[in-house]
Design a protein around this ligand. Structure first.
Ligand SMILES: NC(=O)c1ccc[n+]([C@@H]2O[C@H](COP(=O)([O-])OP(=O)(O)OC[C@H]3O[C@@H](n4cnc5c(N)ncnc54)[C@H](OP(=O)(O)O)[C@@H]3O)[C@@H](O)[C@H]2O)c1
Length: 280
């Protein structure tokens, strides 16, 4: 596995297996299967409602804890100093572990300043090896950086061929915050897997379009969390270390960039309303 070195010298695997929207009844098998296929990192969250099942899979796999990279995310309704401490403890209990490799603030809503204070403390005492945020645009990110001692190790943001995030990437690099991609396939929206530009590149390297998308992220130095519950796709999605895109391919993929998310608009007042109303 290839790793990205974080600003605290910890190493984030380039590939994480995401468990968003995996049914609670399927999660244990999906995670066990992913671990068998060579995934070494699991990207979960409190609001995915399946942390217990992830924990059961890890235990059943009998893989030593230190060989698995575990990420979770603190949800908006658990924001604030006290609630974050409590919620992180519940996550640790559900995952059957006494530390996390990476804990992120899931959304830039609620009392995330209180949450970040809690994460800093939990990191100092060794419960969280790395800490960070998710879905923070450059304005929120710089504000956080200016008001705390610890620069977040990671900012996990939607990054896909439709929403390539070049400007945000440059800003994160400048701050020393590692850019991690979520949802690299945009859940296959608008026939992404059949896109002619991606198909042409895929054919050239004898890969499929999903592999081209994931390799495109690696070649931009962006680790990612991706998901498939299908064994063959799981295997293909991790079989991306024997080829490399060239500058021309990367330029061509730029043509797909719409400059905005097909899912969330962080300038729309409905977005914080929706996220704040999900109480867990
Ligand atoms: N921080 C955040 O706010 C945030 C938000 C969203 C997601 N995430 C993280 O990012 C992870 C990935 O995002 P995501 O789960 O939304 O979606 P995604 O990985 O972009 O796409 C998943 C979809 O693509 C399909 N797929 C996967 N590999 C494929 C292949 N090789 N060929 C064809 N179809 C394929 C899957 O179907 P099958 O399962 O049927 O193969 C599934 O429907 C999440 O699981 C989560 O860990 C974080």
């Amino acid at each position: 596995m290839k790793f990205k070195k974080l600003n605290n010298n910890e190493k984030l695997p380039f590939v994480s297996f995401g468990v968003y929207e995996i049914d609670i009844n399927d999660t244990k098998n999906a995670v066990l299967n992913a671990l068998k296929r060579g995934y070494t990192a699991i990207d979960g969250a409190q609001v995915y409602y399946n942390e217990k099942e992830v924990g059961e899979a890890i235990k059943e796999s009998e893989i030593p804890r230190e060989e698995i990279y575990l990420t979770s995310k603190n949800w908006v309704s658990n924001s604030g100093y006290d609630k974050t401490i409590k919620a992180v403890n519940k996550t640790l209990e559900d995952l059957q572990t006494d530390y996390l490799d990476l804990m992120l603030i899931h959304q830039p809503f609620g009392d995330y300043y209180g949450s970040y204070r809690a994460l800093q403390e939990l990191q100092k005492e060794g419960t969280l090896l790395s800490i960070g945020v998710s879905n923070f645009d450059s304005v929120r990110l710089i504000d956080l950086v200016m008001n705390f001692d610890i620069v977040p190790q990671v900012n996990q943001v939607e990054t896909t061929p439709y929403f390539q995030q070049y400007e945000a990437n440059e800003f994160m690099n400048k701050l020393g915050v590692a850019h991690q991609s979520w949802g690299p396939f945009s859940e296959g929206l608008d026939n992404l897997f059949e896109n002619p530009i991606l198909l042409e590149i895929a054919e050239k390297y004898e890969k499929n379009t999903a592999q081209v998308i994931l390799r495109w992220l690696i070649d931009r130095d962006i680790p990612f969390a991706c998901r498939s519950v299908k064994t063959e796709r799981m295997e293909k999605n991790i079989d991306i270390f024997d080829f490399k895109l060239n500058k021309k391919d990367i330029e061509k993929i730029k043509e797909l960039d719409t400059g905005e998310s097909p899912f969330n608009d962080y300038n729309d007042p409905e977005t914080p309303e929706d996220f704040n109303s999900e109480i867990i």
